[in-house]
Design a protein around this ligand. Structure first.
Ligand SMILES: C[S@@+](CC[C@H](N)C(=O)[O-])C[C@H]1O[C@@H](n2cnc3c(N)ncnc32)[C@H](O)[C@@H]1O
Length: 248
């Protein structure tokens, strides 16, 4: 090999971007990607064609970019909607059903693509669902930042007595979840939050949260977020579902 070629190789080598994600976490993600790309999920497309669903692959790859390199929030939302409706909706709806709540409407905070609000409204024979988010996702009825007084008033003025608040993966995005939740103390709530106590690889979530400046939450702090209100915690590993009664 000539010295020129050798130099070209060195120049052509990219320095790997430093990441705080541990090797085990990348292994876990890689494992998930392989499971998906092997078609180990029963989708209509897979059943019909024998090929894994391309859309799902795209979402997973986008998610890995989001986790490892930052950005691609859209892929995170798509992944959340896919994961949520596939694995969380049924146990969450069953638990909500047992509460005996009989809401007249649903208000979903931090709705994203709204899979949770839609699922819960279907449980109550399709009562209306109002979707709230600070970003302009497709379904959103009220664009409002809950971390601003203006955003909060916008949402509060649209709420009706008898509504049920639902939220999935929102609390960790808020700097002051307790303060914001206290503004909604008149309403019962069903809140899903990622809380991977039993998976050691899931520390990546905390890493991701820190990178974006959000606060990771531990299970024991969840009850403290709703002072004076009854909170039942349902384990839907790696999520928890908080069933919060309205303030008496
Ligand atoms: C991790 S995503 C979860 C989305 C959706 N609930 C799901 O489970 O697929 C968090 C969502 O909360 C929204 N969000 C974050 N901070 C917010 C705030 N301060 N006010 C309103 N929405 C917020 C984001 O725009 C995003 O859609």
């Amino acid at each position: 090999m000539s010295s020129g070629e050798g130099q070209a190789q060195i120049v052509g080598k990219k320095k790997l971007k430093e990441t705080r994600v541990k090797k085990e976490q990348i292994d876990e993600l890689y494992h998930l990607l392989r499971v998906v790309s092997n078609g180990d999920i029963s989708t209509e497309e897979f059943a019909r064609t024998g090929r894994p669903q391309r859309e799902v692959n795209r979402i997973f790859h986008g998610l890995s970019r989001h986790l490892l390199a930052g950005g691609d929030y859209d892929a995170l939302i798509q992944f959340s909607a896919y994961y949520g409706s596939r694995f969380l909706l049924k146990p969450a709806c069953e638990a909500i059903d047992k509460t005996g709540w009989a809401p007249v409407g649903i208000v979903e905070l931090g709705a994203g693509f709204g899979w949770f609000g839609r699922g819960v409204s279907a449980l109550f024979e399709s009562i209306p669902c109002l979707f709230v988010d600070k970003r302009h996702w497709v379904l959103i009825d009220i664009v409002a930042d809950l971390e601003t007084e203006h955003g909060l008033s916008k949402v509060l003025s649209a709420m009706r007595e008898g509504d049920l608040i639902v939220a999935a993966d929102l609390l960790h995005c808020l700097d002051d979840p307790k303060g914001i939740m206290s503004r909604f103390s008149k309403w019962p709530m069903a809140i899903l939050e990622y809380c991977p106590i039993s998976n050691d690889y899931a520390e990546s979530y905390t890493t991701q949260l820190r990178r974006y400046g959000a606060n990771p939450l531990a299970t024991e702090v969840f009850e403290e977020l709703f002072p004076g209100r009854r909170v039942d915690i349902v384990d839907i590993d790696p999520y928890i579902l908080l069933l919060v009664e309205a303030e008496k």
